[in-house]
Write a protein that binds this ligand. Structure first.
Ligand code: PEP
Ligand code: MG
Length: 546
């Protein structure tokens, strides 16, 4: 057996091994040419293709249980809908379309009608698109796109996954995740960590790797061809770290240790891990799959479920951060050449203040219902004027505390002016790194530039810490930088006042801060700022705080 080993960027800890399941790439729209020579014969291919999809889904449903079985049965029923097949057959007959194009167009007609109906029916749009892609793949003789139904514990290998795909993964079935693309701060990495699935991204060559089974080391960032007959190894969680639950240094300098959440189950996990509150609730994670804007009542219910474990504790709710790598179907801007530099985050709210106002109404309602101490912050703010615009709307909605994220270098450099308009700031180091280094956070090739230990990034964080100190207002960090126990000491030394992270990191970060004095943190910060590169910064900080 070959012992081929590849390396990438370790983004979610743990080791696991097992059989490989590959995630097929999107198919794209099937072409409407060439027209079939025999439309009758072409139309006759559609019903058997749909039936093949029905049979496959029903077989999978038999071996699945619970929600998964119900979803598979419902999808099978949609694939077998005679109206879909007959509309596609008619399109072949009347418009002389190839069968794959005909089923694509017929399904799109259904999807549009469902979306227009709104409510529960609109939620079925994704299902009809799934059925469409499966029948198209059957007609073209290729593997259907997306994450396949897993019949047993597997290592998933993909070019990259959409956040919606990653959020839907079942940690009991997915042993580990390996992607050819992606960086340490991509949303796939963030969601894998939240789900506790070991993951390595930016593994160049993994798509070409001829392997039936893989061993994945999510700590070292290594992927190795494994024996397909060896027993499956699931990741085991590391033992609990001792921490008393109060975020502070050994000499009592207070730094709140908070959780990053995107769902009610994340919130429960953060509370169980001992988070003192929530420093970032990514509300868009509730709607990655939503075809239409949920109404105020539905939003209020969703938010209240996330706030529930934090009665009497601080929770920062971020307004929708749609766009770039987190597209929301109901808030997509026009096609843009550079979506990460386009209309995303709060910029969408400038065009659609009605959507923001409805969200604020829902947040205010959920806050009152849950008893959590809720603040609201905006993503992707660039200037103090934008911060002032946002804060005014938040206060008009009856929410007492308004803040903004510092994710754009210009905002980091204007933190003092921004803090004059709002109650707090929180640094999104994932985006701040991508914009500082002009390095796409989804791209494996530039992953090293998105390392939060980069001294240039730390200098911007230092500027934010200085402004916080000068104005006496809080400045947290809620990007992935905050989840690194050693870097947490540097951030504290730079003057940041709270750190927010995925549940799995909470105890380790709390314990790391409790072991050192504030003066050691300040020395660590000075050492990191003076270092030439991330490796040297890490070594200098280890020396300064050991
Ligand atoms: C960030 O950019 O660091 C951040 C916390 O926001 P997100 O990762 O959701 O873009
Ligand atoms: Mg961000």
């Amino acid at each position: 057996m070959s012992q081929k080993r590849l390396t990438g960027v370790a983004v979610s800890p743990g080791r696991a091994s097992g059989p490989v399941v590959r995630v097929a790439e999107p198919l794209g729209e099937p072409p409407s040419t060439p027209s079939p020579e025999d439309p009758h014969a072409e139309a006759a291919r559609i019903a058997p293709a749909a039936q093949a999809v029905v049979t496959r889904l029903e077989t999978l449903a038999e071996s699945a249980t619970g929600d998964a079985a119900t979803i598979l049965q419902t999808t099978a029923a949609m694939a077998g809908d005679p109206a879909l097949v007959s509309q596609a057959e008619q399109l072949v007959a009347t418009e002389r379309l190839p069968a794959a194009r005909a089923i694509f167009q017929a399904a799109d007609g259904f999807a549009k009608a469902l979306a227009a109906a709104g409510g529960y029916l609109a939620e079925r749009v994704r299902d009809i698109e799934d059925v469409r892609d499966r029948i198209v793949a059957e007609l073209l003789g290729v593997t259907p796109p997306g994450v396949p139904e897993l019949t047993g514990p597997s290592v998933l290998v993909a070019r990259d996954l959409a956040p919606a795909d990653t959020a839907g993964l079942d940690p009991k079935q997915v042993l580990a995740l390996v992607t050819e693309e992606g960086g340490p701060t991509s949303h796939t990495a963030i969601l894998a960590r939240a789900l506790g699935i070991p993951a390595v991204v930016a593994v160049r060559g993994v798509l070409e790797l001829d392997a039936e089974a893989l061993a994945v080391d999510g700590d070292a960032g290594a992927v190795e061809v494994a024996d397909p007959d060896a027993p499956v190894v699931a990741a085991t969680a590391s033992g609990p770290v001792a921490w008393d639950g109060a975020g502070r240094t050994a000499d009592g300098h207070r730094v709140k240790v908070l959780g990053n959440v995107g769902s009610a189950s994340d919130a429960r996990a953060a509370a169980e891990a001992g988070a003192e509150g929530v420093g970032l609730f990514r509300t868009e994670f509730c709607y990655l799959d939503a075809p239409a804007e949920p109404d105020v009542a539905a939003q209020r219910t969703a938010y209240a479920a996330v706030l529930a474990p934090f009665r009497g504790k601080p929770v920062i709710v971020r307004t929708l951060d749609a766009g770039a790598d987190k597209p929301l179907a109901f808030l997509s801007p026009e096609d843009e050449p550079n979506p990460a530099l386009g209309v995303r985050g709060v910029r969408i709210a400038f065009d659609r203040p009605d959507v923001l106002d409805r969200q604020l109404e829902a947040i205010a309602g959920a806050a009152a219902e849950s008893g959590a101490e809720v603040s609201v912050m905006a993503p992707m703010v660039a200037t103090a004027a934008e911060a002032a615009w946002f804060a005014e709307r938040v206060r008009a909605a009856g929410i007492a505390r308004a803040g903004v994220m510092i994710e754009i270098p210009a905002a980091a450099l204007a933190t003092a002016e921004i803090l004059a308009e709002v109650d707090f700031v929180s640094v999104g180091t994932n985006d701040l790194a991508q914009y500082t280094f002009a390095a796409d956070r989804q791209l494996g090739a530039v992953a090293a530039l998105n390392d939060p230990w980069q001294p240039a990034l730390l200098r911007l964080l230092g500027a934010v810490g200085d402004a916080a100190e000068a104005t006496g207002k809080p400045a947290g960090v809620c990007g992935e930088a905050a989840a690194d126990p050693l870097l947490a000491r540097v951030l504290t030394g730079l003057g940041l006042t709270s750190l927010s992270m995925n549940a799995a990191a909470v105890r380790a970060v709390g314990a790391s801060l409790a072991e050192v004095t504030f003066e050691q943190c300040a020395a660590a910060a000075r050492a990191a700022l003076a270092a030439p590169d991330p490796a040297a910064a890490k070594a200098a900080v280890r020396a300064a705080t050991s």
